[in-house]
Design a binder for this molecule. Structure first.
Ligand code: ATP
Ligand code: MG
Length: 397
């Protein structure tokens, strides 16, 4: 068993010694069986939350309303969740109520995919009630139970289906795929932030082309923010020979590049997807850098304002698009920039006000901007006395 499971054994043992059942469940079991690294270990138990809290000295109620208690042990936290069923879904997104149960089978039944519905006992036995082991071997993404009902209960599962196809490079089983196509419109009921999480994992997966193909075929894309009118992207992506992303920025930049013309549209799309301001700024920069790489005319000011990291990321995307380009020259030109940011300028507003009696205001700002441009382009040397002379001249013009 992987180290993560070894360390968590004690938690399962304590629950078992108190007279309850406990298993490893979910993604960690799937990933272990696939030989993939684990990020978190989920534990499911027949003990009710109050009972779990009695067994352990230190616990935190991280999600007690859905039965999750975090058990703290030697500085590590373990999420322990009571077996539960989810009854009557009326809004296609969350169950009206969660009911705690004592049966593992009932708990596994409510899970989304067969490969996610495996449990692992302390003795190393895999409990496989829905053929998950075989699907893992075959590389199949298949819904647990009746796929139509399952997607109707919770529409986010459709995004999870295509996400896992990409992440694991698995095929989506035929009836499951058909059910996603039939229920795709229900995705509109799901909060954008939650769709975004799955979409990002899909893009960063092992075989994004596979995930995106499912996303297109089933029409899921048409129920995502602004994607309906961006169908050119989804026509172009499958024809790109190699598709793989190293981070969110390069992934979104490619999507934007294939369908949008400018900065403003990039920000509008990513805002609709509720992306963070930091991500939006990074994608806009990478998008600009990519456009410049394509035309091959990059001046010092471009390098200075966009920055080398954005060019490096744009270079990654340009590789997929097959743009000819010369990164070594770009790196050398960047290194040769006289300053890398405004702070390195030998002059600032304070100097101008104190030494040259400039008055604060827009004119001062404009003068500094002009000087910054001239220093970056090499027209002016970055020395205080020279820049003061230049400032006086600009103001007198
Ligand atoms: P990841 O590696 O991304 O964490 P995961 O399978 O562990 O993948 P989680 O979101 O952490 O995904 O969920 C843990 C488990 O809970 C899943 O393996 C699955 O059994 C179940 N699950 C999660 N979301 C749903 C859902 N929307 N419907 C049904 N079961 C779900
Ligand atoms: Mg998980």
């Amino acid at each position: 068993l992987p180290l993560e499971f070894q360390k968590a054994r004690i938690i399962l043992e304590k629950i078992r010694n108190a007279g309850f059942e406990a298993y490893f469940v979910g993604g960690s079991v799937r990933d272990t069986l696939l030989g993939l690294p684990l990020h978190d270990v989920d534990i499911a138990t027949s003990a009710y939350p109050a009972e779990v809290k009695q067994i352990f000295k230190k616990t935190v109620d991280t999600g007690i309303e859905h039965g999750t208690v975090t058990v703290l042990d030697h500085g590590d936290g373990y999420e322990v969740t009571t077996f539960r069923t989810e009854s009557t879904y009326q809004d296609y997104r969350r169950p009206d109520s969660v009911e705690f149960v004592r049966s593992l089978e009932d708990d596994l039944k409510r899970r989304d995919l067969t490969i996610n519905a495996l449990a692992l006992s302390l003795d190393g036995e895999v409990i496989d009630l829905f053929g998950g082991l075989e699907d893992l071997k075959k590389g199949l993404i298949k819904a647990v139970g009746n796929p139509n009902e399952r997607y109707h209960e919770d529409a986010l599962r459709m995004m999870r289906t295509v996400r896992f196809a990409s992440q694991l490079d698995f095929e989506i089983e035929a009836t499951t795929l058909k059910a996603v196509a039939e229920n795709a419109y229900l995705l509109e009921k799901i909060a954008v932030e939650r769709i975004n999480v799955e979409w990002t994992k899909l893009l960063l997966g092992k075989n994004p082309k596979k995930g995106i193909t499912g996303f297109i075929e089933t029409q899921l894309f048409a129920y995502c923010p602004m994607f309906k009118t961006m169908d050119q992207v989804f026509k172009k992506i499958p024809s790109l020979e190699q598709l793989h992303f190293n981070n969110e920025v390069t992934a979104w930049t490619l999507v934007c590049y294939l369908s949008l013309d400018n900065h403003k549209q990039v920000s509008k799309l990513l805002k609709a997807w509720k992306c963070s301001n930091e991500l939006i700024a990074n994608v806009q920069n990478c998008f600009s850098a990519l456009a410049l790489l394509k035309i091959g005319q990059i001046d010092a000011w471009n390098l200075y304002t966009i920055g080398l990291p954005s060019f490096e990321m744009a270079n990654y995307v340009a590789d997929m698009l097959g743009f000819p380009r010369d990164m070594t020259t770009i790196q050398d030109s960047y290194k040769a920039l006289p300053i890398k940011n405004k702070k390195e300028l030998a002059i600032n507003g304070g100097n101008l006000i104190k030494d040259l009696q400039f008055t604060p205001g827009p004119l001062l700002g404009k003068t500094l901007n002009t000087i910054e441009k001239k220093v970056v382009s090499g027209e002016l040397r970055n020395e205080l006395s020279l820049l003061e002379i230049a400032a006086r001249k600009i103001q007198n013009d």
